[in-house]
Ligand binder design. Structure first.
Ligand code: HEC
Length: 176
């Protein structure tokens, strides 16, 4: 018996690890999702709300607001070599014009075309870091011409996790 004890311990550890991996809901909320957004989403516990938010993320209007928000308030969640981005590189009035210009870098369009000076605003306020082409100077800064911006991707992953969690919960709650 004593000879077999180490094997027994190993077996117990393996079974426990397997159980944990398979049956427990280990999905974590990405730590980097900004606090306010997390709280906003968590305040609504229904799966339908998460799904609604998720389809919202796919709209150009949503992406536009995300870009405006970054311009006005900055961003500190993506861990680029360039560090964080402070808010206020452009005035609030210019922010929405610039956002429409940035959208075109990934072949999206605002409802109304951006005024001609938006390109100039982008050049003088943003291109120093993100590059004239928006590609982020070889990975030092985020690539703004990506099909899906990283901040949007993070929110999407977060919402998917919340949907997974809340559908699991409602399974448990089902009456027998
Ligand atoms: C001093 C350099 C710098 C300037 C100037 C700058 N940015 Fe940024 N930008 C960054 C950095 C660094 C990040 C990543 C911040 C983080 O970690 O969240 C970023 C992030 C972003 C993001 C989020 C990207 C994503 O994939 O989610 C957008 C959108 C953005 N910037 C747009 C702009 C616009 C528009 C301007 C001009 C008004 C601008 N930036 C000016 C450095 C800069």
């Amino acid at each position: 018996m004593q000879k077999n004890l180490p094997y027994l311990v190993i077996l117990i550890v393996l079974v426990y690890a397997f159980y944990n991996a398979k049956f427990r809901n280990n999905a974590k909320i990405p730590a980097k999702v900004n606090q306010e957004y997390t709280e906003h989403v968590k305040a609504h516990k229904e799966t339908s709300h998460f799904e609604e938010e998720l389809s919202n993320l796919k709209t150009t209007e949503y992406v536009k607001h995300y870009i405006i928000d970054v311009i006005n308030h900055g961003s500190d969640q993506l861990e680029f070599k360039g560090g964080e981005m402070e808010g206020g590189f452009a005035s609030k009035e210019d922010a929405s014009k610039i956002a429409c210009y940035v959208l075109e870098l990934s072949n999206k369009k605002c409802k109304s075309p951006y005024p001609k000076d938006a390109a100039m605003f982008y050049s003088s306020n943003c291109a120093g870091c993100h590059g004239e082409d928006g590609k982020g100077l070889g990975g030092t800064y985020p690539d703004l011409s990506k099909e899906k911006l990283l901040g949007i991707e993070i929110k999407e992953e977060f919402l998917k996790t919340m949907i997974r969690k809340s559908t699991k919960k409602s399974h448990h709650k089902k009456p027998k």
